[in-house]
Design a protein around this ligand. Sequence first.
Ligand code: NDP
Length: 246
Amino acid sequence: MGNLQGKVALVTGGSRGIGAAIVRRLAREGATVAFTYVSSEEPARRIAEAVERAGGRARAYRVDSADPVAVERIVDEVAAEHGRLDFLVSNAGVATLKPVEETTLEDFDRIVATNLRSVFAGARAAARHLRAGGRIITIGSAHDERVPFAGISAYAASKAALVGLTKGLARDLGPRGISVTLVSPGPIDTDMNPASGPLASTVLPMLALPRYGTGDEVAGLVAYLASDESAFVTGVSLAIDGGITA
Ligand code: NDP
């Protein structure tokens, strides 16, 4: 039996990559997991079915994280459906790899809406439901600290802002026994950044551990942050980045 029995989690962007690994891991620990996706209906359905086959509980919802009203609504809906909400894991994110001259204001707005504004909206709504022991865990990026190559200025800005947001939320919610943490991964082998993709030859020489990480490794850190063992951890950004920021 996992250590999250009876708990309810909402994970944004759980249909693929890191988010899917987090959904599987939290469900394996016993949590009931609601997760969102925006376009991958079939993969989302398969994740939910795989969790159920393994004896867990997961349900997928189509919610566009670029729409903060929709994000607030799903937080309220999941809390109402289960009578509680214990963990909000804001994972959904988008990136572009373009020099600033080619990055449009529309690109910038979409990145900030998905990676930052929706995280704030989700936290605002979750604060209405979380009780002592509750957690807000956000997936940031190693680029919140180091931007070692060109083409990701808007993405890096959206992720760096999460550092301040996490500290501020930790101060707001700490008195209620709710912790708020940021997980900052380095290169993780997903559709966004495949280990065989165009970035690999640039980033591999920058790593202390010269390989891409896995979604399951990030999910392990999220499971720790959701557990009682992390009760005194809040307001921090925890790197899981193969040493790219070392
Ligand atoms: P993927 O592109 O592999 O998966 C993205 C997930 O987010 C999918 O489930 C996708 O849903 C969902 N998503 C994207 N946009 C929206 C939206 N508007 N509304 C709802 N869901 C959305 O990305 P990763 O798994 O690699 O990334 C997950 C998080 O980790 C992101 O925040 C990313 O910035 C961060 N990260 C990733 C790193 C990496 O190297 N991979 C490194 C550092 C941080 P759908 O399937 O429906 O499109």
